[in-house]
Write a protein that binds this ligand. Structure first.
Ligand code: PBG
Length: 313
């Protein structure tokens, strides 16, 4: 009959410590460029990224994941594995100013290639094995810049092992890998592709990302990444895939992350702006449901807003 009793028997409790805040780093100085399809989310220059990281850490959120918007894109996505690339410079700046904040880096080529695909394209096809060599190179430059954890989001076969071997043989044995293990070819990534300017110029990602109709396949994908050395496994998106989060958690008992992706964020923002839903209530309900489904960690654009509410409670 009252709040105290209900909280006594509550099974799922959110904490700012559950969150990882995604940030988009762009060239320039003093840039805060709001993404039109993601109100409240910005492309930030390195100085602004550092400032944002201070705010995130101050709210009790332990980690960020960085995405880079490079100065130049090319066929091979070369800024992705350039030691003075946008993300590499951002890592150094953030680790200098907010050393306790865990800096995770998204490892993929799609933000860096002129064609917007996650790897090398030859004769209209994405080449798996050569692409994972470049991803391993990218991961190494992130580790050398001071990244605390590597998160490959490409979904190519064998990339976790390639990254693990490269890190290990360069004295980065202690850097963990959070793999986007069950990542679906989803319509929910639309606003992200505006934010990261990574829309494929032809074709799509269905040759390597998963079919939304499949669930057993997700377990095989996760199993493979664990065998290759993943320390944390991720399911992405979150909301249409709560059943997958639960199956992965039950089956493998691994630290499990879920990515509450851009489209999931934008739908709530848009409906709230229209006055159709209560934004705060739905945000907390959605995040609670992701944790209840089995996620230990939630990557979410709501990280700061939700942390503020939790702190105030
Ligand atoms: C890069 C990547 C994507 C997202 C995270 N990493 C987009 C994609 O695969 O096209 C999506 C995140 C979001 O929608 O919030 N491969």
């Amino acid at each position: 009959m009252n709040d105290a009793l209900r909280s006594l028997v509550r099974e799922t409790e959110l904490s700012p410590k559950d969150f990882i805040a995604p940030l988009f780093v762009c060239p320039g100085k003093n840039v805060r460029n709001e993404i039109s399809s993601m109100p409240g989310v910005f492309q930030l220059s390195i100085d602004q990224t550092v400032k944002e990281c201070g705010d995130v850490y101050g709210l009790g959120i332990p980690a960020v994941i960085l995405f880079g918007i490079p100065e130049h894109k090319d066929e091979m996505g070369s800024e992705a594995y350039d030691e003075s690339g946008i993300v590499q410079r951002a890592i150094r700046a953030v680790k200098k100013e907010v050393p306790e904040l865990i800096v995770i880096t998204d490892v993929c080529l799609c933000e860096y290639t002129s064609h917007g695909h996650c790897g090398i394209v030859r004769d209209g096809e994405i080449v798996n094995d050569e692409s994972i060599e470049l991803l391993a190179k990218e991961a190494l430059t992130h580790a050398q810049a001071g990244a605390d954890m590597i998160a490959p989001s490409d979904m190519f076969d064998g990339r976790v092992q390639a990254i693990r071997q490269t890190l290990d043989s360069n004295d980065f044995q202690t850097i963990p890998i959070m793999s986007y293990a069950a990542k679906y070819a989803s319509g929910f990534y639309g606003p992200f592709r505006e934010a990261a300017q990574s829309t494929p110029q032809f074709g799509d990602r269905r040759s390597h990302q998963m079919d939304p109709a499949n669930s057993d396949e997700a377990l095989r994908e996760v199993e493979q990444d664990i065998a290759e050395g993943a320390d944390i496994v991720m399911v992405k998106p979150a909301l249409s895939y709560l059943d997958i989060i639960r199956r992965v958690k039950d089956r493998f008992a691994m630290p499990t992350a879920a990515y509450n992706v851009s489209g999931e964020y934008s739908m709530i923002k848009a409906a709230a702006q229209n006055g159709w839903i209560d934004e705060e209530k739905i945000m907390m309900e959605v995040l609670t449901s992701i944790k209840r489904a089995g996620a230990d960690l939630i990557l979410t654009y709501f990280a700061k807003a939700a942390a503020k509410i939790l702190q105030a409670r």
